[in-house]
Design a binder for this molecule. Structure first.
Ligand SMILES: [Zn+2]
Length: 363
């Protein structure tokens, strides 16, 4: 089953991918506190699904059921796509693992539809490690298929659809959208077309005023489904192949590559100031003087996500995380830490009501 002996199914797939599009699972917006400041909400929405930088993302190719298995050529296309994202020079790492329980990203190849959960939704919304978080429904070895693999991995890194960017200024002929995507080969119901195309992403989950029509996160559209910009009333919109310059800048901004960051020591009862800008990250190292239960908490009027990793043979392994964004609470972890072991705390700031008025402490 893992060989390419049976090519007939492949040929079927590659013919079948013409005009097929990524179809994301419908996920509700996370609730923030009422009457939240729009600037604060916009920063939270921009950052909330992203991983903390320097996370090692483990991916796994699902073996069962059989209809979810992929051919080796398909797995190889996915591996190459992870490599292409990494080659941009980013701080995330990608590792293939042989157990689904060890993976944040679990990949199936069930024919028909391609999709992925967006960023951290994969761990927040798919707790069952037998479930997939990404599916590829057509051949990935064609030029279109290679872009599909880059696109779904882009979702897994936390990026939404660019054609849903509220700043894009696209005005849809909504009935034409429902009709086109409702027909073969996609056969989407109206909810799927609305969720993946017509719905504008809330406030500035896609930041910046630019519309990047060449983004890997942008669909192709036939003429006649877009009213504005007017040129697409009579011509189709075909993004350039591969990653766009803006895609590359965005992923480098969220996940900057540094040599192992200069880690600040976080020691019991000594608070550390959080003096960074929205979207930026602080990395701390913790070497507990004694084994016991510890608390780690942020202080002040700020929204943060904090994630704790343990160093296991040189690799940071996720232990726990907390996200206080959009609430009146602070991020807080309580966990037993062992003497003679090394832990990393990564703190990403969403929003601070005033700079330099927040702190993090271990005790
Ligand atoms: Zn997509």
């Amino acid at each position: 089953m893992n060989t390419d002996v049976n090519q007939s199914r492949h040929h079927q797939k590659s013919e079948g991918n013409k005009g097929l599009f990524c179809c994301l699972p419908v996920v509700p917006d996370r609730q923030l506190e009422a009457n939240i400041d729009p600037n604060r909400e916009s920063l939270i929405r921009y950052i909330e699904k992203k991983w903390v930088n320097h996370t090692v993302l483990h991916y796994y190719f699902i073996e069962a059921p059989e209809t979810w298995q992929g051919y080796e050529s398909q797995k190889q296309a996915v591996r190459e796509s992870f490599t292409a994202w990494k080659a941009l020079g980013i701080g995330l790492e990608f590792r293939e693992v042989s157990e689904g329980a060890d993976a944040e990203i679990r990949i199936a190849f069930e024919s028909g539809s391609s999709w992925s959960y967006v960023g951290r939704d994969a761990i927040d919304l798919v707790p069952n490690t037998n479930d997939r978080t990404m599916n590829f429904g057509w051949d990935l070895t064609t030029p279109y298929g290679r872009d599909t693999a880059l696109h779904e991995i882009g979702h897994a890194l936390g990026f939404p659809h660019e054609h849903q960017n509220p700043n894009a200024g696209i005005v849809w002929d909504e009935e034409a959208v429902y009709s086109y995507f409702g027909g073969p080969p996609n056969n989407w119901d109206r909810d799927k077309s609305f969720y993946n195309i017509i719905r504008k992403i809330s406030s500035a989950a896609v930041q910046g005023s630019q519309w990047d029509k060449d983004s890997i996160m942008h669909y192709q559209f036939p003429s006649g489904v877009i009213i504005t910009p007017e040129e697409y009333q009579t011509q189709s919109l075909i993004p350039a192949a591969g990653l766009s310059g803006i895609d590359i800048n965005e992923v480098r901004k969220f996940y900057p590559e540094r040599a192992e960051p200069e880690k600040l020591k976080l020691e019991p009862y000594l608070s550390r100031l959080v003096e960074i800008n929205a979207g930026e990250q602080l990395d701390f190292v913790i070497q507990p003087p004694v084994s016991r239960r510890y608390a780690i908490q942020t202080f002040g009027d700020l929204d943060t996500v904090i994630v704790l990793f343990e160093d296991v043979n040189g690799e940071p392994v996720y232990l726990a995380g907390d996200d206080d964004s959009g609430t009146n609470f602070n991020s807080r972890l309580e966990i037993r830490l062992m003497r003679d072991r090394t832990y990393y705390l990564r703190l990403r700031l969403y929003f601070a009501h005033a700079t330099g008025q927040g702190a993090v402490m271990l005790w």
